[in-house]
Write a protein that binds this ligand. Structure first.
Ligand SMILES: Cc1ncc(COP(=O)(O)O)c(C=O)c1O
Length: 423
């Protein structure tokens, strides 16, 4: 009588809420937990003015009065959205992605974009390949929709074409079809890695040869710390193999819940099929909030580069502070060689490795007794190697909190986890 979709109670499905709510559970702890943008990077109250800017600009085109535009953004709207033109111009300017507005669907965050793709693309014999570890939004939704997933183990440097090739062979050997591969090539969540250009090119070739799509999720690409950005897979895609998942959650603010899909497959038919699915999922994305994002893009000449520059500087300084704090505290506590970490070239996350298990129990202990929240890698992967790794987010803290928090974390490792510590 009371039975529900079994996936709802799978531990994987608990993790999304857990990540969203963990800071409330330990309100006084320093949080390296969730991947939130810094609140110093946005001003919601002032951003509301962009709605009026959007209305004025549309009215200036002369087809509607401003009263009509105000009414329109309070109504139900077209399913695919009202700001695809602005998003297409932004993609040309900032991402070198040239696509027609007709192949863009505005979504309620990247999360809805993933849901639409899973519903629209997969038939009974199809398998989704997912890099492992990965952001759990995609894997969790696939599980809810009972879409089979083949995990593709990532190396410490991220996904490799060889690992994808091997996963495809496994799927084919089981008589099923590899339909699509999901990954986050730029400043991966949770690994903090960036895919080299050669791997991007190799994956595009493989997708063509093996006839699968690449679902490229790119929330962090705009936050590159060390030099020029690499081209996205979509920018390199000459044969419509890549469906691009975009979001303004990190570059504007997550409360807009504004994401989008670029789906130029089948001469624009895929975008219209995805819209059809969307009409049964969220009907349309809030036109009011689309107006806010549309007005903001307009005001910034359809480029977010200048606007995000201070955020890039902030996150770069935080990355540097975290690496320097790790070096300092690890040396001071004599933990050299035991605590290892990467130095991400962008994004929000750093990966840490210790020679001891760090799972939910250790996370709670660290938060309650040492006042630091961080995220076990095992939340993103069931692979045994994930059990001794930790994701540290440096986007939502100050440099001072970073030093204090890293100091406490290293003390926790030394006093409670590492060989010779108290049990
Ligand atoms: C890789 C990745 N994809 C998607 C999302 C969710 O994006 P949105 O807020 O647009 O739903 C996140 C959020 O943290 C993420 O890290």
């Amino acid at each position: 009588m009371n039975s529900v979709n079994a996936a709802i109670h799978d531990p994987l499905l608990e993790r999304m809420n857990f990540l969203n709510e963990i800071t409330h559970r330990y309100p006084n702890a320093i949080s390296f937990g969730p991947g939130r943008p810094s609140e110093r990077s946005f001003d919601v109250q002032r951003s509301l003015d962009f709605v009026g800017r959007y209305v004025e600009s549309v009215a200036k085109e002369g087809k509607e009065t401003s009263t009509e535009v105000w009414a329109r953004i309070g109504q139900y709207g077209p399913t695919a959205g009202i700001i695809q033109d602005a998003v297409a111009r932004y993609l040309t300017n900032d991402e070198r992605i040239e696509v027609s507005p007709a192949s863009i669907v505005i979504t309620t965050g990247a999360q809805e974009a993933m849901t639409l793709l899973l519903i629209a693309l997969f038939q009974p014999n199809d398998v989704l390949l997912v890099s492992d570890p990965s952001y759990i939004g995609m894997r969790g939704m696939a599980q809810l929709l009972r879409i089979p997933v083949e995990l593709v183990p990532s190396s410490r440097e991220g996904l490799t074409a060889e690992a994808v090739r091997a996963a495809i062979a496994r799927v084919r050997a089981s008589g099923r079809r590899p339909r699509a591969l999901y990954d986050i090539p730029d400043f991966h969540n949770p690994l903090g890695t960036q895919m080299p250009v050669q791997t991007r090119q190799a994956l595009l070739k493989l997708a063509e040869a093996e006839d699968f799509l690449i679902l490229e999720d790119n929330p962090y690409g705009a936050f590159s710390f060390d030099g020029a950005r690499l081209p996205t897979l979509k920018a390199l895609d000459t044969s419509a193999r890549v469906v691009y998942i975009g979001t303004f959650s990190k570059s504007i603010f997550p409360g807009t819940r504004m994401g989008f899909l670029v789906a130029d497959q089948a001469q624009g038919q895929l975008a219209s099929d995805l819209s059809k699915v969307k009409s049964y999922v969220t009907v349309n994305t809030s036109p009011l909030l689309q107006a806010l994002v549309g007005g903001l893009l307009l005001e910034n000449n359809f480029s977010l580069r200048a606007r995000t520059a201070p955020m890039v500087a902030l996150y770069r300084a935080n990355r540097d502070a975290m690496v320097a704090s790790l070096e300092g505290h690890v040396r001071r506590l004599g933990l050299e060689g035991q605590v290892l970490w990467n130095r991400p070239a962008g994004g929000f996350f750093l990966r840490l490795e210790i020679p001891a298990p760090f799972n939910e129990r250790e996370m709670n202990l660290c938060a309650s007794e040492y006042g630091v929240i961080c995220c076990p890698m095992s939340f993103f992967s069931d692979a045994p190697s994930a059990g001794t790794q930790v994701r540290l987010s440096f986007s939502y803290v100050t440099a001072q909190e970073i030093d204090e928090g890293v100091g406490r974390l290293c003390r926790f490792f030394k006093e409670r986890l590492l060989p010779g510590s108290a049990p």
